[in-house]
Write a protein that binds this ligand. Structure first.
Ligand code: NAD
Length: 272
């Protein structure tokens, strides 16, 4: 699929992987890309990317991806201004790491990971990306129906692509009971959408980044990165966000690639 002339939505676009992906799409002459984030910095990033590109290519949207009304607004505005949305990268994500069960040695009491926190991570990392993806497929389905088109046929060319952001953590990572569960959940959603979405001309893929140099990973602290991350990464350094962005772009452009791509720099969980 040629990215040139297409329209995309990236959530979590004010930072890390989302922001790098926006820059990569612009390199490939995308027509318009909506930058969605709950950080107000999204407006500054959009302005900077527009200035770099010398045209109005990004549209900033400040809001929370878990809110249905906000999601409808983003898809609606993009459709009005640029037509049906072709590409979705729902990259907004949070971690909220803590042991699944922690024993307080003084009191002899075991504390379980708070269920409210688990639900919060679930809403942001799993429910929201899946519903943003369903919105893209729904918009595409309506657009096709309005033109009298039914089952998609290969001679039409691929109309849309969704790239979910999984993680190496889905293979198991200490302290990530909630995060890892959501990333595995995306794999189930993707395998279902791979089958259902293509009826409407939409492909679905998942990328599993290893530890990437973004604020999410830097928040782990330098000591943790040196002791627990780099020794488990074959290339001996954090992955650059641009490397993941390039791989996301590849997943969008090459229609032969579906399923899952592990961009993990040879990550292997260390024995605890
Ligand atoms: N950095 C890594 O090593 C790594 C590895 C594997 C997967 N991932 C995944 O890649 C994605 C991007 O991560 P990153 O490392 O760039 O993180 P990041 O923290 O740099 O960026 C995440 C962005 O998402 C935004 N966000 C969070 N919750 C939101 C919400 N409810 N609504 C709107 N915006 C929201 C934040 O404001 C932030 O700008 C995440 O899904 C993450 O789980 C990251």
């Amino acid at each position: 699929m040629d990215i040139k002339g297409k329209t995309a939505i990236i959530t979590g676009a004010a930072s890390g992987i989302g922001l790098a992906t926006a820059r990569e799409f612009i390199k490939h002459d995308i027509e318009a890309v909506a930058l969605v984030d709950r950080s107000p910095a999204v407006a500054e990033h959009a302005a900077a990317l527009n200035a770099e590109a010398g045209r109005t290519v990004t549209l900033p949207f400040h809001g929370d991806t878990t809110q249905d009304a906000f999601r409808h607004e983003v898809f609606g505005r993009l459709r009005e201004q640029h037509g049906v949305v072709n590409i979705l990268v729902p990259a907004a994500g949070i971690t909220r790491d803590a042991l699944a069960v922690r024993v307080n040695r003084e009191k002899g009491v075991a504390q379980i990971y708070p269920v409210e926190t688990f639900r919060e991570v679930l809403e942001v990392n799993l429910v929201a990306p899946v519903y943003w993806a369903l919105e893209l497929v729904a918009q595409m389905a309506e657009h096709r129906f309005a033109r009298g088109l039914k089952r998609w046929s290969p001679d039409e060319g691929v109309q849309g692509v969704i790239v979910f952001i999984g993680s190496v953590s889905s293979q198991g990572n200490k302290g990530q009971i909630a995060y890892a569960s959501t990333k595995v959940g995306l794999e189930g959603a993707a395998s279902t959408l791979m089958i259902e979405g293509i009826f409407h001309g939409v492909r679905t893929a998942v990328i599993h980044p290893g530890f990437t140099d973004t604020p999410m990973v830097r928040a782990l602290g330098e000591d943790y990165i040196q002791k627990h991350v780099l020794p488990a990464t074959q290339i001996g350094r954090l992955i650059r966000p641009e490397e993941i962005a390039e791989a996301i772009c590849f997943l969008c452009r090459n229609s032969a690639v579906s399923g899952q791509l592990w961009a993990d720099a040879g990550w292997h969980p260390l024995p605890t």
